[in-house]
Design a protein. Structure first.
Length: 325
């Protein structure tokens, strides 16, 4: 297809680093677009999902390990303004409204979201820290530079377009920097996933509480068992569902870097359906021997009263590629 050829040409031209494939050994559990179907239920029906993350490759585009397909009719925008697929590049942060089934998704709309656009007003630490549009920008080894920019030549007065994720300290961790056209304007709002039933969001953990966390400008409800596994300042991928106005996290993947979708550690919460039982160890918190009699009570880490069966927190050291639960 003509637009796909143009997209691939764009992908080869925009990044010094090679494009990465859409590989995530654990799938996008919980939302998820994984081998087991939508939402980790094993269902193959399509589901609307909002995805916010860094473009890591082109195979259509890879965002948070999800291969997102699109065509010439898919609306693409930059900071809310109409644009074309040429605006997509490795290292850009995008907010995608997609429809997923199995391991694939189709985009209904893609918005490229810049973290800052404007002139550099200060350069610190030999170019490792910039100030752009009054915001602190950290330039690291993973930051991709486009448009002929060089790390040693970043200087005050340059007009830059910065893509990145908001760190726990409020600074922008840059994933891509390129020159901005004269008079180019950014978008002041934080990128958020479209208001759909499910979400997949990548970012740094900011404020962390026993049952909640903030990431950039968004807040999330987190089961206490899962929150206990996370640390402020760590890069994570959160997936889950919307429940009214709340974003409820069902899975958290700790990532090594914004351009690497593979999880270092993964945690998910599996609600216990009522009436479910096990032949061996009761996942409800009680040991069960071969006779079916209950053993000694285990501590309930759910934070709920003893009259309820707790959700189960599962640490996935090596995510299951099969998609089976």
């Amino acid at each position: 297809m003509k637009n796909l050829a143009a997209l691939l040409a764009c992908a080869l031209a925009v990044a010094a680093a090679p494009a990465r494939a859409c590989t995530d050994p654990g799938g996008i559990g919980g939302t998820g677009i994984d081998g087991g179907g939508i939402g980790g239920t094993g269902q193959r029906a399509e589901s609307d999902v909002g995805v916010v993350g860094v473009v890591t490759g082109f195979a259509s585009i890879c965002v948070n390990g999800i291969e997102v397909h699109y065509d010439a009719a898919t609306p693409v925008s930059v900071n809310g303004e109409p644009a074309s697929a040429a605006a997509l590049a490795v290292g850009k942060v995008v907010a995608v409204h997609a429809v997923g089934a199995g391991t694939q998704a189709r985009a209904r709309a893609i918005d490229v979201v810049d973290a800052a656009v404007g002139p550099v007003t200060a350069v610190q630490s030999g170019g490792a820290v910039l100030e752009v549009q009054g915001q602190r920008v950290r330039v690291g080894t993973v930051t991709l530079l486009g448009g002929g920019l060089s790390r040693g030549e970043l200087a005050a007065g340059q007009a830059l377009r910065v893509s990145g994720l908001r760190g726990a300290d409020g600074a922008i961790v840059a994933t891509r920097i390129e020159p901005a056209a004269p008079g180019a304007r950014g978008f002041s709002a934080e990128p958020t996933e479209p208001g759909l039933a499910r979400f997949v969001v990548q970012g740094y953990v900011g404020e962390l509480q026993p049952q909640a966390l903030r990431m950039g400008g968004a807040s999330f409800s987190v089961p206490p068992e899962l929150a206990a596994q996370l640390d402020a300042g760590r890069l994570v991928r959160l997936s889950g569902r919307r429940q009214g106005a709340e974003r409820v996290v069902e899975r958290a993947d700790v990532l090594a870097g914004p351009l690497d979708v593979r999880a270092e550690r993964s945690f998910r919460v599996e609600p216990r359906p009522s009436g479910e039982s096990d032949e061996r160890r009761g996942r409800s918190g009680r040991d069960v021997d071969s006779s079916g009699r209950g053993g000694p009570e285990r501590g309930d880490r759910s934070g709920r009263g003893s009259g309820e069966r707790p959700d189960r927190i599962e640490r996935l050291e090596r995510p299951d590629r099969s998609g089976r639960r």
